[in-house]
Design a protein around this ligand. Structure first.
Ligand code: ADP
Ligand code: MG
Ligand code: ZN
Length: 475
């Protein structure tokens, strides 16, 4: 069985946990910082000491509002609940979360390929600590002991819950990729899936194609890259199709994605919400952003990826895949600025998509004006495409000016070739003037220099043009 077995349809709804980039935690003043010594970013509040009281972080609320606006949600008065369960990474034995009155409800996200995925809610909650199982394969079953780091406990999260509108693994990947760009654009997230600042749970079910009812779902945990997300959904859909085709039933349960084994394994059967004994958190007041605050947040919203894509498409006419790469990598600003500085749009897009985007991990993009000069050197023929790529690679690695780097690499040979070509073309187009120049009419030299300048858009050296004209005329 595979996920695209004819006659079956995959249905996916995603729950994405996004750690907010606030300076401090959700209910205390502890730093919200990743990668510190374990249990050094903690206090009585985030470790749940008796008698400690939470104070809501205003900036976290503001970031949640930005996320809501970016996802076209309604922003509503909201309250916090206690979600009660026992787990050693959560010292309070309850998680403070928003339940039936979340801050953001009823929005949508538009996929770059078109089509909208509904957003049920995007609510605020606190993160838990982190357990590391030592010994064995890192799973609790064969561990010799476990270590707990509470630095993450109380870090602010927004959980974004999609409607079950997603119909394939590829669409799920596109949704998360677009959501990540949006979250990064709002400044609420650093988007680092590998550091756990974005974590995805995938709810997957299958149904006979044409059916209007949903099948029973499984919720897959521990998916921490886009690649794993695609693999996990495809595996799980195929598994469920197999179960149902054999006359079996899918169990409502959480399943664990096993990256090495390439499969999902059964976890716990899913709790119903009654199991959590939700009740309103008595130590926090309701959150009700007033119109003035909401207005300020709205006014300060950045341009979001969808708008950036259409702006870039309009300015460059580049193909959709290039536009998507440039906006996702944040290089759209570089290209727009280079084009504004006079660089050819298509060449700027090509160099940014192929060379700059590929080197972002190891190099630093040049300032727009410098990038524009490199692009101009290529379009004006001072550098071939291959030479321009080499010079750009130098710029990305070490910085520096394109003219200087081209000289260091001995690329000016081409400049004189390009000059010679331009001189030939101008001579050919103006035979009468050329005869007068050869006959010794020195002032015609000015005419030829002007023509060559025009042909090379001012890039030629006047003295070099005169010297070339003299050489050819034998004078
Ligand atoms: P829970 O609180 O148990 O996680 P929710 O009703 O909040 O359950 O749903 C969680 C997620 O599951 C949502 O993203 C939703 O879109 C998705 N979902 C619900 N039903 C299905 C289904 N039959 N198939 C796939 N996804 C589903
Ligand atoms: Mg859930
Ligand atoms: Zn604290």
């Amino acid at each position: 069985m595979t996920a695209d077995t004819p006659g079956w349809e995959t249905v996916v709804g995603l729950e994405v946990h996004c750690e907010l980039r606030t300076a401090t935690k959700l209910f205390c003043g502890c730093p919200n910082r990743f990668g510190q010594e374990p249990n050094t970013q903690i206090c009585p509040v985030c470790t749940g000491q008796p008698g400690s009281l939470p104070v809501l972080n205003r900036m976290a609320v503001e970031m949640a509002m930005r996320i809501g606006l970016a996802l076209h949600c309604r922003i509503e008065p909201s309250i916090f609940h206690r979600k009660n369960y026992f787990y050693p990474d959560m010292p309070k034995d309850y998680q403070v979360s928003q339940y039936d009155q979340p801050i953001n409800i009823d929005g949508w996200l538009e996929l770059p390929s078109g089509g909208r995925i509904g957003i049920e809610r995007a609510h605020l909650e606190e993160d838990t600590g982190k357990i590391t199982h030592v010994g064995g394969a890192g799973r609790i079953h064969d561990a010799s002991h476990s270590l707990i780091d509470y630095n993450r406990a109380g870090v602010p999260l927004v959980e974004i819950v999609s409607r079950p509108d997603i119909r394939s693994a590829a669409q799920a990947r596109d949704y998360v990729a677009e959501l990540r760009s949006i979250l990064v654009a709002t400044g609420a997230s650093d988007g680092k899936m590998e550091e756990g600042s974005l974590r995805v749970d995938a709810n997957v079910s299958v149904r006979p194609r044409g059916s209007t009812e949903f099948g029973t779902r499984a919720e897959i945990k521990n998916v921490n890259s886009l690649r794993s997300l695609v693999r996990a959904i495809e595996y799980e859909a195929a598994r469920q199709i197999g179960v149902l085709s054999d006359g079996g039933r899918v169990t409502l349960e959480t399943r664990h994605w096993d990256e090495a084994g390439g499969r999902t394994t059964s976890g716990r059967t899913k709790e119903q919400s009654e199991d959590y004994r939700y009740f309103p958190e008595p130590d926090l007041v309701p959150v009700a952003p007033d119109a003035a605050w909401l207005g300020r947040v709205e006014a300060a919203m950045p341009v979001l990826p969808a708008a950036r894509r259409s702006r870039l498409a309009q300015a460059t006419g580049a193909p959709g895949e290039d536009i998507a790469v440039l906006v996702e990598t944040g290089l759209d600003e570089l290209v727009l600025a280079a084009v504004a500085a006079g660089a050819d749009a298509r060449t700027a897009v090509n160099r940014a998509t192929n060379e700059v985007a590929g080197a972002l991990e190891t190099g630093t993009p040049p300032p727009p004006a410098t990038f524009a000069r490199l692009v101009k050197m290529e379009t004006e023929g001072a550098l071939t495409a291959t030479q321009a790529k080499t010079v750009l690679a130098d710029m990305l690695r070490d910085g520096g000016e394109p003219e200087e780097l081209a000289r260091q690499r001995g690329f000016e040979a081409l400049a004189s070739d390009a000059l010679a070509d331009a001189v030939s073309a101008v001579i050919e187009a103006n035979p009468a003037e050329w005869e007068r120049f050869k006959a010794g009419e020195a002032k015609v030299a000015g005419f030829f220099v002007g023509q060559v300048m025009k042909a090379t858009r001012g890039n030629a050296d006047g003295g070099a043009v005169t010297a070339e004209l003299r050489r050819r005329a034998g004078i």
